[in-house]
Design a protein around this ligand. Sequence first.
Ligand code: MRU
Length: 391
Amino acid sequence: MLPSLYYWVPKRYGSSGVQEDPEARAGRQQVASETFHGDPADVRSIDYRDGELWFLDQTQLPERVIIERQESAEHVWDSIKQLKVRGAPAIGIAGAYGLVVGLRPYRAFGREAFLEQAKRLAAHLDGARPTAVNLSWALKRMLRTAEAGGGDGAELFAELEREARRIHREDIELCRAIGEHGRGLIRDDIGILTHCNAGRLATSDYGTATAPMYLAHSQGVRFRVYADESRPLLQGARLTSWELRAAGIDVTVITDNMAAFVMSHGLINLVLVVTDRVAANGDVANKIGTLGVAILAKHFGIPMYVACPSSTVDLATTAGTEIVIEERCPEEVTQFGLRRTTPEGVSVRNPAFDVTPNEIISGLITECGIIRPPYVQALREAFGGRAGGEC
Ligand code: MRU
């Protein structure tokens, strides 16, 4: 392995405003990062080993495959905000481990003081991104574990470390099960349109919308994936094409405004996307542009399925209109890479997600099977009254 490189973390979004542990701040000024030299198909978005948390820096893909050690909760907050780690399930796992990393300096505290720090850091991490429910879901689960645990700071810390690993492992299982339930939708010679990156990079492994693709591919099914480039941050062009190509899956990148063209030419038989939050009525929030794809799919009579692990189901939100949509900084829209593409001073909007109404969704592919309308009842039956994991 090459020696670590060191550089300053750019603060594109400024500080989160939380009081940071001085020890953690000192450590964060120099950030350890390494180039990953293995097979791209083997790199993982999140790795926790020997008590150290490493993220693949997805902002650098596809040019560079860099993994970066996370030094503090503040550092994890920045990494989530800047989309170094991204995708709903991955930011849930990142938040859980981020809490562990942030609590490391407080292990010698007594129980009450440790719990106080845990609540403070969880609230802080939860503020990094609002739309994907997985972040708050994972942090709430971590806090419940801490509160239920016995002993002092050191014991609670050990319990939280185990819980974060469990959340990580469970995500792999959820994605694998989604793959098995969605596999039947993929037949030889079909074209699949996907949006954003709902792949391995957005989860711990397999991905959600990509899990059926990986499984079908491993069983010798031949199909073609069209990846929307997904403006403004190009998760489809940079990430989906990168990971599918690494896996040997036939992938073609199109710009977002080409979706109608490929559909009208009969090249798409199935739309497979994912979601960052599913409301109790089956409305789904996903990367901006998903709503347009759904409307097109309906127009052309193409089935549209949404991969949906239980960690993205939010039965407390009645309908999609209640979902908070993250607005990101204007620079993501006013420039393309480093090049300015709009006149100085022009107004822009940058909502990162939109909501697709349940009535134009053919089904939700969950780890418990494919859920079909009416969603209110089906979602309540599948996920009401359980924390997730078992069906
Ligand atoms: O802003 P991002 O890149 O985190 O957006 C992610 C999405 O909208 C994804 O489709 C979703 O979270 C992927 S979940 C496997």
